[in-house]
Design a protein around this ligand. Structure first.
Ligand SMILES: Cc1cc2nc3c(=O)[nH]c(=O)nc-3n(C[C@H](O)[C@H](O)[C@H](O)COP(=O)(O)OP(=O)(O)OC[C@H]3O[C@@H](n4cnc5c(N)ncnc54)[C@H](O)[C@@H]3O)c2cc1C
Length: 412
């Protein structure tokens, strides 16, 4: 091993995506005299963060997730003030449609959770829905809920807003430098090994997205997640159908979500069988991964008949862009956040289950509190890393179970 560097670091974060950047921001904000260092092997927020559709959904099927997203909304003006720059946030609202008894019940449950968390919503008519979203034939749904405060954003800019605010407070970001190994000589993680040497730290946070599995496994921590593909498409511009001010639309019966992208529509689907990868096969630059030879065309064909009753013009609209990336999905669709029982000096901030943009604020604040030995304002107990007992993160049945969790997701 080469030279030992920087033994004064209080918090060392592996990964400069939105999770790493948010954790760095909160920890430095609340512990201004402590040294915080982030290692990123590529450019900041250039991993899956930059690929997100960036629906900032607060209202989801699990009540414990909502406060995490609410923190993201709360922190936005704080970031704007520090950075002196307005964030690109559009509060267009969200429309949730439901038709089957099962989906109507789960929508009702979600809306109860919204009310309990002080988030306004209302049921609206198909006519009101069509006024907001001209392409939508909402009469195909039996219930339509409108949540006015839901937002969309540019995910890269939001990630960079956390990073820039952290930098302004004094966090050191070391880019283009890979963490080769977490150092755990006994039952404590004491820092990391990079090509430049050893970097010791009091606490290390593993926020390396879908790549976290491989780093953790080397030190005996088996993360219960799999890299599972999300993919979306952006249509051609069609001014009379796609309004920049339209809300996001979620239609579980059609496995579909959408948001405006200027005067085009960005839409995604959840395949019946989500595609996943073995974590050992991930390239270090996600943009070099071949997600689909036919740009998801086969998956669109599988789904479009379910979509047509809601989106009759779909067959006539051209597609101009295809985007895909990986999120870390777990068997129960919950994150992996917090401590590792029996190992000190390490915190996990991974298993984003496709919701990392929305929950970045809560994840950042919660992990920063744990690192600073302060009470965590959020309940991280549903996210404990060992909740499935002993697992093999490379086992194909385990990977398939995680992918199925994405396919069964209904709430954005
Ligand atoms: C197509 C798609 C659509 C999505 N849509 C939404 C959405 O609408 N709403 C939402 O909330 N979320 C969405 N997500 C999920 C969201 O993108 C993720 O939850 C979020 O980006 C996770 O952030 P992260 O920081 O954990 O991961 P990443 O952004 O992937 O960051 C991890 C970083 O760690 C770095 N790294 C890895 N290994 C090492 C190493 N050894 N040394 C140093 N650095 C390392 C990587 O280079 C990377 O930059 C979507 C994801 C995809 C793929």
């Amino acid at each position: 091993m080469s030279s030992v560097k920087n033994t004064d670091t209080s918090l060392l974060i592996v990964g400069g995506g939105i999770f790493g950047a948010a954790i760095a921001y909160y920890f430095k904000r609340d512990n201004p005299n402590e040294e915080v260092v982030v290692y990123e092997r590529n450019e900041l927020c250039s991993g899956n963060t930059s690929l997100a559709a960036a629906l900032m959904s607060r209202v989801r099927s699990y009540g414990h997730v909502i406060p995490l997203s609410k923190e993201t909304y709360r922190v936005l003006p704080e970031l704007e003030k520090i950075n002196g720059d307005a964030l690109d946030i559009h509060y267009n609202g969200a429309l949730h449609l439901a038709s089957t008894p099962e989906n109507i019940a789960s929508l009702g449950n979600m809306l109860k959770l919204a009310s309990a968390n002080g988030i306004d919503w209302e049921y609206i008519t198909p006519h009101q829905a069509a006024e907001k979203v001209p392409w939508l034939s909402a009469g195909a749904a039996r219930k339509i809920a409108f949540i006015p405060g839901e937002a969309i954003t540019d995910p890269y800019l939001l990630g960079m807003a956390f990073a820039n605010a952290a930098k302004a407070l004094g966090v050191k970001f070391i880019r283009n430098t890979e963490v080769i190994e977490l150092l755990k000589p006994q039952q404590a993680v004491i820092g990391v090994q990079t090509k430049n040497g050893i970097h010791l730290a009091k606490n290390t946070v593993l926020a390396a997205g879908v790549w976290s599995t491989n780093l953790a496994y080397k030190i005996g921590i088996a993360l219960p997640m799999a890299p599972v593909r999300s993919q979306y498409w952006i249509t051609e511009t069609f001014e009379s159908l796609f309004l920049p001010t339209s809300p996001t639309v979620l239609i579980p019966e059609a496995n579909f979500y959408s948001r405006p992208q200027g005067k085009s529509l960005l839409f995604g689907i959840r395949e019946a069988q989500s595609f996943y990868a073995d974590p050992r096969e991930l390239p270090s630059d996600i943009n070099t991964f071949l997600f689909s030879r036919d740009k998801g065309w086969h998956d669109l064909e599988e789904n479009y008949k379910k979509l047509l009753p809601y989106f009759p013009a779909f067959e006539d609209i051209g597609i101009k862009n295809y985007v895909a990336g990986f999120s870390g999905y777990t068997p129960d669709n919950q994150f992996i956040l917090g401590e590792v029982p029996g190992v000190t000096g390490i915190l996990l901030a991974t298993g984003c289950v496709g919701a990392g943009i929305s929950v970045a604020g809560g994840v950042g604040l919660g992990i920063a509190c744990l690192a600073g030995k302060k009470p965590n304002p959020f309940d991280f107990s549903p996210y404990s890393y060992n909740r499935f007992g002993s697992i093999d993160p490379y086992n194909s049945d385990h990977l398939a179970t995680c992918a199925a969790a994405r396919s069964n997701k209904t709430s954005g």
